[in-house]
Structures are given as C-alpha cells and as structure tokens.
Design a protein around this ligand. Structure first.
Ligand SMILES: *Cc1c(COP(=O)(O)O)cnc(C)c1O
Length: 356
C-alpha cells in the first residue's frame, strides 16, 4: 500500500456550532478520511476530502447483511491549546479484531494513527474548548461490493468522520437508573459480542426502548446462556464496588473490551485498590446489596467516561446504590481519566498522543 495520503481541502468552511449547543453526533467537520479496498489492490487510495455524501448502488452489500465495523474515540483540546488523542493504538487494534470476526481485511494500525492525526490536524479548529467538550472520532468500514449473495464482500470502504460533541454531563456527573434485562440478550459467546459491529447495536434497540418506556435510561445485560451472569450495561462495560473491592466481569468472549475499562483497571492497580476480574452473577450483586456491602456501581465507555449507577430495577425491586448519588471512587476515576485525557493530570501511563 502506498502511504501517501492525498489531501483535497474544502473550498468552503461550514459554520461551527456554539459550544453550549453541541449534541452527540449531529454535526460533522469540514473533512473526512477515505480509503478503499479491493482484493487485487489491497487498501488503496487513502485520501482526505471535503465531508460529503457518498453514492452507492442499492445492491451494495452494506445495505443487506450488516458486515460492518466501527470505532469510537475522542480528541481533546488542552488549556494550553494542544490537541490530544487518548490511546488511539488501542482503538485500531480493536478495529482489526472486529475486522477479523467480520471477515474484513486487516489494516496497518500505524498507518491509521498517522491518517487520523492528519485528519484531526486539518480540522482542529473544530475541537471545542469548553469544559467537558471534545471531538468525537468515528472510524468505520462498510462492504461496497454490488452483490446480494451472502459472502464476505470483495470491496470495502474505510472512513473516518469527526463530530464536535458537548459535555455528556451538562449539569455535572450524575447517576443513572438501570433496568436489569431478563428477556432480551445482547450477545453470546461464539457470537459477535466482542466485536464492535453494527448488528450488536441493532439487536439491542428493543430492550433499550422498553427500558426507557419504564423510566430507565439503559439496560444491564446478562449472559445469553443462563441469564444469570453480568456482562455489560447499555453499550458500556460495568464495574461494582463490593465491600471495598472492585469487581468487573472477566472478558468471556461476548463482552466488548473497552479502552476505558482497560484504562480503569490499570489506574486501580496503580492506586493499589483491590480489583477482581471474574464471573459475577446478578444474584451475588443483589445479595451484596441486601447485606449492605454494595457500595458503588458504574459503567465505563468513551462517551460518558464513567457513568455512575444510582439504581437497579431487578426482580420487581428497586435497588438504591449509594443513596442514588455518585460514589467517591467513581468520581475519582472520572476526574483522573478526564484529567489525563485533557492534559490536566500527568500522563503517567503514556496514553495520550499529541496531534501537531
Ligand atoms: C464501545 C463499547 C464499549 C466501550 O468501549 P470504550 O473503548 O471504552 O469506549 C463497551 N461496550 C460495548 C458494547 C461497546 O460497543
């Protein structure tokens, strides 16, 4: 593959939204990165071009069998006007894991980091500056062969688009209410749960919709075999603090390994906080709650970073956690992670990558 990225700059600049009006994923920057694949050429023609719609035949495979993968990460602007990416190597590593599961060809990860840096650099005026805001980065791959047969596509398009996003917590970090899902399943071992693929999200919508109608903001997913063991919360990984120890479900083949999850585990180890990655049943969490030992619970993911859980609805009962308030450890982890991401805290783990 030639590593030279062709750049075509946009002749017009779109108006940027005010930072207090930013939503998630509604507005996109002036440019995007595009690269194509064919079995004969491999990945070819990497280019940065003006953000614009793309044209595909209705028979393009992307519209039919869901052979897609994506990633999500963020760029942050520091107080002294530097631009930082948070562990982009982990995202592109995971992209290749997802690619492998979905029969999509591998991509050179070093090259992708370089391409991302060039794209973010070109659109860096789009990175909002207000507290809690950032530039959300969405790399994704679609199959582009015009064919209705069920088989891996022979052609693909890889793209990166950028979207300035507001603070996830408009009124400061606050806990959410979670419905423990006992009917629908997100993923099973052997399925696609550990890949970041659109189908996992499509199959989660119904449960999410029903939970919202009951007044809950997300669902807690249990394992697909026994419906007993805790897997994830919404599209986040999950942690509990039980009697002083942090417990998170071990990666079992159906859980998506979050970059945030991995970072939290490293931070906790660094702090010397006892952590255990193991199989954890909802019954065990319920028992800990009954015994007064369930101290905190939170989700983790790029969008919210840490999302404290104030209540679970389980077996027709409301389990209130930490009085429905954000726990001390949840808050400390949130401050630490966002501090490192925005250059306020020292990057002792060597996680941030500067975009010049
Ligand atoms: C993306 C994702 C996460 C969180 O991953 P991060 O890398 O921390 O953003 C967790 N669970 C699911 C199902 C996901 O798709």
């Amino acid at each position: 593959m030639t590593n030279k990225i062709n750049i075509t700059l946009s002749t017009t600049k779109k108006e940027k939204p005010a930072s207090n009006q930013l939503e998630f994923g509604r507005v996109f920057t002036d440019h995007m990165f595009v690269m194509d694949y064919s079995s004969s050429k491999g990945w070819y023609d990497p280019r940065i071009v003006p953000y614009e719609p793309i044209t595909l035949s209705p028979s393009s495979m992307v519209f039919h069998y869901g052979q897609t993968v994506f990633e999500g990460l963020k760029a942050y602007r520091t107080k002294d006007d530097k631009v930082l990416l948070f562990r982009p190597d982990k995202n592109f590593q995971r992209l290749n894991l997802s690619n492998d599961r979905l029969c999509i060809p591998q991509i050179d990860e070093e090259f992708l980091i370089d391409a991302l840096k060039q794209l973010v650099s070109i659109d860096k005026d789009w990175i909002p500056t207000a507290e809690g805001t950032s530039l959300y980065i969405r790399p994704f791959i679609i199959p582009t062969e015009y064919y209705l047969g069920v088989a891996p596509s022979k052609f693909y398009r890889f793209m990166i688009i950028l979207s300035p996003v507001g603070s996830y917590y408009k009124e400061g970090i606050h806990p959410v209410k979670i419905f423990v899902e006992n009917q629908y399943i997100r993923a099973v071992e052997g399925g696609t749960g550990k890949a970041k693929t659109g189908g996992n999200y499509a199959s989660s919508l119904k449960a999410q919709d029903e939970a919202e109608k009951r007044g809950y903001s997300q669902v807690l997913w249990l394992d697909g075999v026994e419906k007993k063991y805790i897997e994830e919360v919404g599209s986040m990984n999950i942690f509990f603090k039980i009697n002083g120890e942090i417990v998170t479900p071990s990666l079992n083949g159906s859980i998506l390994e979050g970059v945030t999850r991995n970072s939290i585990l490293q931070i906790l180890n660094h702090w010397g906080v006892p952590v255990s990655e193991r199989r954890l049943s909802m019954e065990e969490v319920y028992q800990a709650y009954k015994d007064g030992l369930l101290e905190e619970a939170f989700g983790s993911g790029t969008a919210a970073v840490i999302s404290p859980i104030g209540e679970f609805f389980y077996k027709e009962e409301k389990m209130l956690i930490n009085n429905g308030e954000t726990g001390e450890l949840s808050k400390k982890l949130y401050d630490t992670l966002t501090g490192i991401q925005t250059g306020v805290y020292e990057d002792v783990f060597n996680w941030v990558v500067e975009v010049k």
